[in-house]
Design a protein around this ligand. Structure first.
Ligand SMILES: NC(=O)c1ccc[n+]([C@@H]2O[C@H](COP(=O)([O-])OP(=O)(O)OC[C@H]3O[C@@H](n4cnc5c(N)ncnc54)[C@H](OP(=O)(O)O)[C@@H]3O)[C@@H](O)[C@H]2O)c1
Length: 302
């Protein structure tokens, strides 16, 4: 296959490109600068331009680009960048694809389990309604922006992704050094659910969905068993053989991180990947202890 990826330099994009290339597929990368070789596609997500000439013959686009959520304080300007990079960038991409004579037939577009807002102890699946809060609104706008592609007959799925666990980066990669020093701790009460997913399973799910254009609409990309933050913290500590007796108080997180604390760290998201499971996707890492031990000590398979 010939697959074009936006956000190809990011955590998921890098792992996906490596996996596809290793299996002999052609990978094209969207770049926010002039192209340096024939495998690069210049685009300007903020300005709304996409050079579609190099997309001719592509079988699919995987759209992962977007302003990082943090961990960082959510100022008004950052919130605007988080929203607009996704709404405008996705709209520009979908409109450009729709305008092609022979567009790639498949678009897998990023989204997040943040769509469901705070689910408390209730389990959410793809049939659950949109939740409240900034991130739920971002996810809705992000998904809605693919409409021109859907109207043009492109098969579109939205990757409602959970917290990606990887040694290379993401939130876990950032906090692992603290846990190794015995300075890890639960966040707030620790009762909130974390819908996690191993990086290898994000790549696996994307590759599965590339082969299944019949699966359109929202697809939760998270492991089947979400855990509480307290259980997650204990599992990370066990994986690095250190205690985690500390707790980061909610008020301190709010003071340091503003809205990011409530919406990304203290929020409870108990989400199940019903559609992937029903379609027969087999998780490489259904078990949290296994993936954490791989990340903490293993050869980088997670
Ligand atoms: N990692 C997670 O835990 C997680 C969870 C749920 C959802 N997601 C979503 O999945 C997507 C990929 O995640 P990731 O972890 O790979 O993200 P990432 O490492 O932050 O990479 C995102 C990529 O987007 C591009 N980008 C950065 N700022 C941008 C901006 N202002 N406008 C347009 N493009 C920008 C960059 O690629 P270029 O420089 O190559 O353009 C960057 O490498 C993101 O949209 C993210 O929100 C991730």
């Amino acid at each position: 296959m010939r697959i074009a990826i936006t956000g190809a330099s990011g955590l998921i994009g890098t792992a996906l490109s490596r996996s596809l290339t290793a299996d002999g597929h052609d990978v094209l990368r969207f770049v926010r600068r002039p192209a340096r070789d024939a495998a690069e596609i210049p685009w300007d997500p903020a300005g709304g331009t996409v050079d579609t000439r190099r997309l001719a013959g592509a079988d699919a686009v995987v759209h992962l680009a977007g302003e990082p959520l943090g961990p960082a304080r959510w100022t008004t300007a950052r919130r605007r960048r988080i929203l607009e990079s996704r709404r405008r960038g996705t709209g520009a991409l979908a409109t450009a694809l729709a305008g092609m004579d022979a567009p790639p037939p498949r678009l897998l577009s990023g989204s997040a389990v943040g769509y469901y807002g705070d689910t408390g102890d209730r389990t959410a699946d793809e049939g659950s309604p949109r939740g409240g809060g900034f991130l739920a609104g971002v996810a809705e706008a992000w998904e809605g922006a693919t409409r021109p592609a859907e109207d043009a007959g492109i098969s579109v799925a939205h990757l409602r992704t959970g917290v990606v666990l990887a040694r290379e980066g993401g939130l876990l990669g950032t906090v692992l050094p603290l846990f190794r020093l015995g300075l890890g701790g639960r966040l707030g009460s620790g009762r909130q659910y974390v819908s996690w997913v191993a990086l290898a399973d994000v790549v696996g799910a994307v590759r599965f969905l590339l082969e299944r254009p019949d699966l359109t609409g929202p697809v939760n990309v998270c492991a089947p068993e979400p855990v509480t933050n307290a259980a997650y913290t204990a599992a990370v500590a066990r994986a690095v053989h250190r205690p985690a007796v500390l707790a980061v108080p909610a008020f301190a997180m709010r003071a340091a991180l503003g809205g990011f604390a409530d919406e990304a760290a203290l929020v409870s998201q108990r989400v199940r990947p019903e559609r992937l499971l029903a379609a027969g996707y087999s998780f490489r890492h259904p078990d949290l202890a296994g993936v954490l031990s791989d990340i903490a000590c293993g050869p980088g398979t997670a």
